[in-house]
Write a protein that binds this ligand. Structure first.
Ligand code: SAH
Length: 238
């Protein structure tokens, strides 16, 4: 079973949105497991303090390495094979490729930062992999962890139906996805593109490919420059 262990100051934020819909059904069916651990359990003193002022001065508070390490070590055996992730705007941007890797593994342990972030020594001492969900700053790592888990859990075997395996989706072949249409045939004077109603599967596939390419060129030319994805595009079976 794929297991997620979350270290957070707000365990009540979990499973949150992941308790509903695809991920929620899968959670109830035991396809994956979620454990949200309150970092404050390992807080110091009467007030269970988890943070302190930044060395060198400056605004805000920093989460203490000793508290976080105690919390992580209590939650995870040292030989636990799951990657130890720290949600962080300084991290490597999360990609569909990394999400696929994570989904194919045993699960993940995820630390959610708060305040100004965590003491750098924790990252080094526990070899945390910093992952970002985008170039903007959240007030805490919890929504970022929910994003990562949502993306990974939907790829677990038995979560999505076969017909929506995800293989054709945005990013999977280095392109954004082609546009979708459904009934009614005419909506406020706008028609479904004729070719999609033609039943000509080859032509439909070619049209979708061309649309995906044009959309990617217009909105995300950076994706077309990514070498690994370019290789994948020219050899889609690899
Ligand atoms: N002072 C930090 C921001 C701290 S935000 C900086 O300037 O880099 C507080 C916490 O929110 C972070 O520790 C991290 O866990 C989380 N967080 C904020 N933005 C994020 C992002 N884009 N991706 C992942 N986690 C993020």
């Amino acid at each position: 079973m794929w297991r997620a262990t979350i270290l957070t100051l707000f365990p009540e934020m979990f499973p949150g949105s992941l308790g509903l819909s695809l991920a929620g059904d899968a959670l109830k069916r035991g396809v994956w497991q979620l454990e949200a651990i309150d970092i404050r359990t390992h807080g110091l003193g009467k007030h269970r303090s988890v943070d302190d002022t930044p060395a060198g001065g400056g605004a805000g508070m920093v989460m203490r390495a000793d508290v976080l390490a105690a919390s992580l070590d209590a939650a995870l055996a040292s030989d636990d094979p799951r990657p130890r992730l720290l949600m962080s705007p300084r991290g490597k941007p999360l990609t569909q490729a990394r999400v696929r890797d994570l989904a194919a593994g045993p699960g993940a342990a995820i630390i959610c930062g708060r305040f100004e972030g965590v003491d750098e020594r924790l990252i080094a001492a526990r070899q945390l992999e910093e992952i970002s969900v985008g170039d903007y700053v959240l007030s805490g790592g919890e929504p970022a962890a929910l994003v990562l888990l949502d993306a990974a859990v939907r790829l677990l075997p038995g979560v999505m139906g076969k017909e929506e395996s995800g293989a054709e989706e945005s990013f999977e072949n280095g392109l954004l996805e082609y546009p979708h249409y459904t009934k009614p045939r005419v909506f406020e004077g706008r028609e479904i593109p004729e070719i999609l109603l033609s039943g000509a599967h080859g032509k439909i596939a070619a049209w979708r490919e061309a649309e995906a390419r044009a959309l990617t060129e217009a909105r995300r030319p950076d994706l077309l420059k990514s070498p690994s994805l370019r290789a994948k595009r020219s050899n889609p079976d690899s």
